[in-house]
Structure formats: C-alpha cells, structure tokens
Design a protein around this ligand. Sequence first.
Ligand SMILES: Cc1cc2nc3c(=O)[nH]c(=O)nc-3n(C[C@H](O)[C@H](O)[C@H](O)COP(=O)(O)O)c2cc1C
Length: 158
Amino acid sequence: MASRSKNRRNIPLIVYCSRTDNTKRVAEAMAGSLAAELVSIEQFKDHQLRGRSLVGLGSGVYWLRLERRMVDLVARIPAGCRVFIFSTSGWRGRALVTFYQSELVKKLAQHHIEVIGRWHCPGHDRQPLFKWLQISRGRPNEDDIANARAFAASLKSA
Ligand SMILES: Cc1cc2nc3c(=O)[nH]c(=O)nc-3n(C[C@H](O)[C@H](O)[C@H](O)COP(=O)(O)O)c2cc1C
C-alpha cells in the first residue's frame, strides 16, 4: 500500500460531479492535459486521495451550489496536497461564479489547502424548469474545452 501511495505522487487526481455531462467533458479535457486519473464523485473512494500531491475538484452548479459531496471531501484531502477547482453553470457573471465557488474555497482555506488555480465556464442548463430558456446553450463549446486544456497544462508549472 505504501508503494502504491508513493507512485501516486506524480499522478494528479481529478474528481468531478456532472449530472448532465458538461463538467464531465471539461474534466476529461483537463485530465488529458495533465495525464491525471479521473473519477466521478459517485465512483470516488477516499483511499484514492492517499499519496496525491495534486487534486482537481470540479462540479456543475445545482441550485446555487456546487455538489455537496465535493465540498465534504475536502476534509479528507491529505496535508500538503495542492488543489485546483473548476465549475460550470448556466448563469454567467464574475460575481456569480465567485459566489458559486465560495463555499468550496472557504472549506479549502479552513483546511489550509493551497488552491493553485480556479476555472469556470458556462454550461447548457438542462434543468427541466429552465430548459425552455436555453441558458448557455452550446456551452461548453470547442473554445471552452481548449481553454480547459490550456488551464490544466498551465498547472504543470505551477
Ligand atoms: C438541478 C439543476 C440545478 C441547477 N441550478 C443552477 C443554478 O442555481 N445556477 C446556475 O447558474 N445554473 C444552474 N444549473 C445549470 C448547471 O449548473 C449547468 O448546466 C452546468 O453546466 C451543469 O453541469 P453538469 O452538466 O456537469 O451537471 C442547474 C442545473 C440543474 C440540472
């Protein structure tokens, strides 16, 4: 077990929550760029955090919040591990995005975990109540995915 944890040091882990696949597409692009292991929040097991030096946490926004389980897992991130976060949401706007990510950012700060990057893009809102509004339809698009790849690549030197 010890040697497996040691081997993980150089392999980033990305945990994502995605109900309608927008964040999943972004997470896959980032994982490709970083040669990271990728796991959904449903499949995630705490032991996968062991030995990591870099973890990415990504989620869609659901009723004004990121996925609760994503926020909760912060308490299990090993000391010294650095984190980047990413999200997608129907509604845009810098202040709104800051608000959506704030709960997770606060929890990371409480646990003295260094955040080395934050990323966000719009994601087509398929929630039945708002579907007719076509909020952020077509997003993430090719540019968003390219941007996600570039963001992840920039973390290699962070
Ligand atoms: C149940 C539900 C609730 C949502 N609530 C919000 C919200 O409060 N604010 C917002 O900007 N977008 C909201 N959205 C839109 C999603 O955040 C957006 O489509 C996001 O890209 C979904 O990511 P996913 O496809 O990875 O699940 C909601 C979508 C769903 C399905």
